[in-house]
Ligand binder design. Structure first.
Ligand code: PYC
Length: 429
């Protein structure tokens, strides 16, 4: 099996060029189901140790059904076949550039979740325009043994995510083992409580957010930018807590009314509940429109789509002034730059900021009226790599995310599966 390994912001991708069993024809979702079934051992052998490594995502290139696509691709980790993968798509794009199959410019790639576009800016830098992403439920409370009650949003960005704005632990590299345990416990508690994505889809990714303060990034931000982002996050966090009231400051009853049914205000039809985070941020205007995330007139949005005022500009609301949410809260957008910790289905944490997780996050920010259409923000990963993110309105009430990141090719190899090797299918304990 011929493969090319790359990493995107530290997260590895192994692209399989040839040598994998044929999955047949038909829609990519059907081929992905065949990969998950009869070919499970074969795909796991590619990413499991000793051939693979922890956190590795495989990307099997397959013929697309749409002739306008440069390739089809099915992503997987050791635990699951994925609907989409943002860092993996960036890895696939730089791999195709290295192979001379694509050049600078825009190209379409087919995935089981739909067709995505990659814009190759240079041999390492790629913008992915993802499939339409959406929040399905806001302010969903879940009791997690050892952690207490957490509240988060359920959203889809090509995979299903539970996104917790107020991380139960500081989102810092030193806490990675504890964050991993906490996220696994959260994912189990969600499953036990019957909290799912649409149509009962399992939520197999969990994200905790914290400030991207001093020392958070080894990416594109300068030290002064990082300190500014950290200070801003702290200020805004305080403002958020003041405005939220007891419903958001640790009261066990606060989440109870929203309960375990993920229905309490959705990107499509629900409205913010009093005391919910959406309500807390949306102090100066109506709840986000179900059909128009980030539509003009929402808090944090200007009326025209241009000329937003911000804290630097006259007349802008200030954090905690009780009047309005400052339209430009962050370094480069309307929310502070944050650092995330993302748990993947294989129980490994994403070294990158997670493209599909960022897409889910954009859907939540848009639905809450916290980030205007087209405005760019920076998302830091737990190891300090960064993506630049923005969104545009989708056709079905969600958002079309753009994710810009960098990937680097690390190896070109031929994988050998020796029948005499007792661990040829990998170490799976
Ligand atoms: O970047 O979307 C992503 C991703 C999903 C799982 C690991 N990375």
């Amino acid at each position: 099996m011929r493969v090319i390994d790359s990493h995107t912001g530290g997260e590895p991708t192994r692209v399989i060029l040839d040598g994998f069993p044929d999955l047949g024809a038909g829609p990519l979702a059907d081929r992905a189901a065949r990969l998950a079934g009869p070919h499970r051992d074969a795909y796991r052998a590619v990413v499991l140790e000793p051939r693979g490594q922890v956190a590795m995502v495989g990307a099997l290139l397959v013929p697309p059904t749409d002739p306008g696509c440069v390739t089809g691709v099915i992503f997987f980790d050791v635990a699951a076949v994925l609907g989409m993968c943002g860092h993996g798509t960036i890895g696939v794009a730089v791999t195709l550039v290295r192979l001379g199959r694509i050049g600078i410019g825009r190209h379409r790639i087919e995935t089981p979740a739909g067709i995505v576009t990659v814009e190759v800016h240079d041999p390492a830098t790629v913008t992915v325009t993802n499939i339409e992403s959406r929040r399905s439920a806001a302010g969903v409370a879940v009791d997690v043994p050892g952690l207490g009650r957490l509240t988060g949003d359920v959203a889809y960005g090509g995979n299903w995510f539970y996104l917790v704005e107020d991380s139960p632990l500081p989102v810092e590299p030193a806490n990675i083992p504890r964050l991993t345990e906490a996220a696994i416990a959260t994912r189990s508690a969600l499953a036990q409580a019957g909290i799912t994505g649409d149509d009962g889809a399992a939520i197999d990714h969990v994200i905790f957010y914290g400030p991207a303060g001093e020392g958070a990034s080894h990416g594109e931000l300068t030290a002064p930018e990082r300190s500014q982002a950290g200070r801003r996050h702290a200020e805004l966090r305080q403002a958020h807590l003041r405005q939220a009231g007891p419903g958001e400051t640790g009261s066990a009853e606060a989440g109870a009314s929203r309960g375990r049914a993920p229905q309490a205000g959705t990107a499509h039809g629900g409205s913010a509940q009093p005391g919910s985070r959406a309500a807390a941020w949306a102090v100066s205007g109506p709840a986000p429109s179900p059909s128009a995330p980030g539509s003009a007139g929402q808090p944090g949005m200007d009326q025209s789509g241009a000329g937003r005022s911000g804290p630097d500009q006259p007349g802008a609301g200030q954090p905690g002034d009780g009047q309005s949410i400052p339209p430009r809260m962050g370094l480069s957008g309307e929310v502070p730059s944050s650092r995330n910790f993302v748990l993947c289905p294989d129980d490994a944490y994403d070294r990158s900021p997670c493209g599909t997780g960022c897409s889910a996050r954009l859907a939540c920010l848009a639905a809450d009226g916290r980030l205007a259409e087209g405005v760019e923000i920076v998302q830091h990963s737990i190891i300090g790599s960064t993506y630049r993110l923005s969104w545009h309105r989708g056709g079905a009430g969600g958002v079309i995310p753009s994710i810009t990141g960098r990937a680097y090719v690390m190896a070109e190899a031929t994988l050998i599966f020796d029948p005499a090797d007792p661990f040829r299918t990998g170490i799976a304990l």
